[in-house]
Design a protein around this ligand. Structure first.
Ligand SMILES: Cc1ncc(COP(=O)(O)O)c(C=O)c1O
Length: 390
């Protein structure tokens, strides 16, 4: 391997939410933090170099995006996913969550129904409820092997009367890479009932074990016409702290209205580091990403074999994408609060709390596996000791 993902980088003193915010959520900073979704790996050296070169100039004034910026975003999508988004319909966003919130506030009315599938990344329900829209939930189906699918009959029933469906593609936390057929079925149900789609594709570069991502907007022209897509280099290249993403609208008018609103808030510019980092990531970051995906796939295998051999009380899923492992901990027989406290106080590990993900989250934990294998082994060994000395 050219890049060293085994390197342990001490993030505890660099203002990292994962470490320093742990106290707020878990009551202590003295834990191995495997909760919030960023990585403990240094980003690609070419990105670090581009940021350093920008910093060396010593001038951090207002930025201006040249056409090269969205060309880089479009080129990456075309190369990786075979989907060439129209640069004329692209806009900057300070993040995927803020852009979803803006779409809802600008293009729906208070009280409108918004469909999501749970369990899912909890800001999906937050943006709906915090904007005074009505939340409609279609639970995913889980089989005995821990594999999740869409309950299409329920999805269609719930879709009736909704204005938007927010899709997590691929899915956090259950790790599904939706197949073109699944996407088409969801999309056609939305078309039948006049439901628009926001497809959150922030994890779409993180395909494990050779899985292939399908962009919702690439499934058919009809589905593209009702789909707004959110993409970002933040998960892929560990750039979340730079706060930038791209939103691809389904119409030029929507995009213009959105950009005008960003300008009214005066947040339409990239900061100077996200500007160079995004272009560098999408033009020269692929070699690093390919190695990262091999390392992450191995980490997932490591978790599965560790649990199978030494910690059978925890049943991890096999994510097809993302660096997040969804673990069935129901065999421990603890209620959710007890389970959370147990992991923190007895094992010294902070994991994502299942109920935060909504329906179907109780009894589950989410483990962020984007860390050196030694960290993963330490965390799992601490969990093993805690479970077996109960
Ligand atoms: C599915 C999903 N969407 C959005 C985000 C956050 O995006 P941003 O930081 O750009 O708002 C995350 C972060 O974990 C996520 O998992």
């Amino acid at each position: 391997m050219k890049f060293n993902f085994d390197e342990i980088v001490d993030r505890s003193q660099n203002y990292a939410a994962k470490f320093q915010e742990a106290e707020l959520h878990y009551g202590t900073n003295d834990v191995i933090p495997l909760w919030i979704a960023d990585m403990d790996f240094r980003t690609a050296p070419c990105i670090v170099d581009a940021i350093k070169a920008r910093a060396d100039q010593g001038i951090f004034g207002y930025t201006w995006r040249t056409p090269k910026y969205f060309e880089a975003v479009a080129g990456w999508q075309e190369k990786r996913n075979g989907w060439r988004p129209d640069v004329e319909k692209m806009a900057f966003a300070p993040g995927v969550v803020p852009s979803m919130r803006m779409v809802l506030t600008m293009f729906t009315q208070p009280g409108d129904k918004i469909l999501i599938q749970q369990p899912v990344y909890h800001p999906f329900s937050d943006v709906v409820l915090n904007t005074g829209r009505e939340l409609v939930v279609s639970p995913l189906k889980r089989d005995d092997a821990g594999y999740y699918t869409v309950d299409f009959a329920d999805f269609e029933e719930k879709a009736r009367g909704c204005r938007f469906f927010i899709l997590c593609n691929p899915h956090n936390p259950v790790g599904r890479v939706w197949t073109p057929e699944e996407l088409r079925t969801m999309g056609e149900i939305c078309l039948r009932h006049g439901v628009e789609i926001i497809s959150d594709e922030i994890h779409s570069d993180l395909m494990l074990d050779g899985h292939k991502h399908t962009c919702m907007a690439s499934v058919s022209p009809g589905i593209a016409a009702v789909t707004t897509t959110c993409i970002a280099p933040s998960k892929t290249f560990n750039l979340a702290g730079l706060q930038s993403s791209t939103i691809v609208f389904n119409s030029g008018e929507r995009k213009d209205a959105y950009v005008a609103e960003l300008k009214r808030m005066d947040i339409a510019r990239n900061n100077c580091f996200s500007l160079v980092a995004t272009m560098e990531a999408y033009t020269h970051g692929e070699e690093w990403l390919e190695e990262l995906l091999v390392y992450l796939s191995e980490n997932m295998r490591f978790i599965r074999s560790f649990c199978a051999e030494r910690l059978p009380e925890l049943k991890p899923n096999t994510p097809e994408a993302t660096y997040l492992c969804w673990i069935d901990a129901r065999a421990l027989g603890m209620d959710d609060e007890t389970l959370k406290t147990f992991c923190v106080e007895k094992a010294g590990v902070a994991l994502g709390y299942g109920p935060d993900f909504g329906v179907g989250g109780s009894g589950f934990l989410r483990l962020n596996a984007a860390c050196p294998r030694a960290t993963l082994e330490k965390a799992l060994t601490q969990l093993e000791r805690a479970v077996h000395s109960r």
